[in-house]
Design a protein around this ligand. Structure first.
Ligand SMILES: [Zn+2]
Length: 192
């Protein structure tokens, strides 16, 4: 397979300088971890459903929101070129302003604010497109407002893969920092 050509952008230079790309799990690894956990969460949903603790609509909403977030709402959308932005195809241009606004692994990778920035950004872009379609074409698109439990399930589904991504990033970078510290201590001991 030919090596992939990567255009050097200021962000890539910044990542290379900090050794970031080596420190973090790749987009594919993130996707695998999150997909594996989707099976676990779906099993939990099935168990709650069997105990009549949740409605089927809430479980379906959670699974769909999770899959959407896992594939299309990755924290790595803060990079202009990433596996996450590629998944948007031609529509990845919609995420260019987001990548310009948010520094890689900054607020976009915050456990609470990170997913919220992307949800709000998506609502803003979606709202603008909706207003454009309604205004220009006069088309009538019905607005659907979910009930409380379904809304909570949607938010849970949107947040969970993001939290998994951030946790994986942090675990890997903590492990590397520990290894670096360990090898530095070993080198210092040799010098003594
Ligand atoms: Zn990341």
């Amino acid at each position: 397979m030919p090596p992939q050509c990567v255009k050097l952008t200021p962000k890539l230079v910044q990542m290379a300088a900090s050794g970031d790309s080596e420190h973090m799990p790749s987009g594919r690894v993130h996707l695998r971890i999150e997909a594996a956990l989707l099976f676990v969460w779906t099993a939990v949903g099935g168990w709650l459903l069997a105990g009549r603790l949740v409605r089927p609509e809430a479980v379906v909403a959670f699974v769909l929101a999770y899959a959407f977030s896992m594939i299309l709402l990755s924290p790595d959308l803060d990079l202009a070129r990433s596996r996450a932005s590629k998944r948007w195809g031609a529509a990845r241009v919609l995420w260019m302003p987001y990548a310009l606004l948010f520094k890689h692994r900054g607020r976009s990778h915050h456990p609470i604010l990170g997913a919220l920035t992307r949800i709000l950004y998506l609502l803003l872009v979606g709202g603008l497109l909706w207003a454009l379609v309604v205004g220009l074409l006069g088309a009538r698109i019905p607005l659907w407002l979910p009930t409380g439990d379904v809304l909570a399930a949607i938010f849970g589904g949107l947040y969970m893969p993001n939290l998994t991504h951030i946790l994986a990033d942090r675990l890997v970078s903590a492990r590397r920092a520990r290894r670096k510290l360990w090898s530095e201590a070993k080198r210092a001991k040799k010098r003594l």
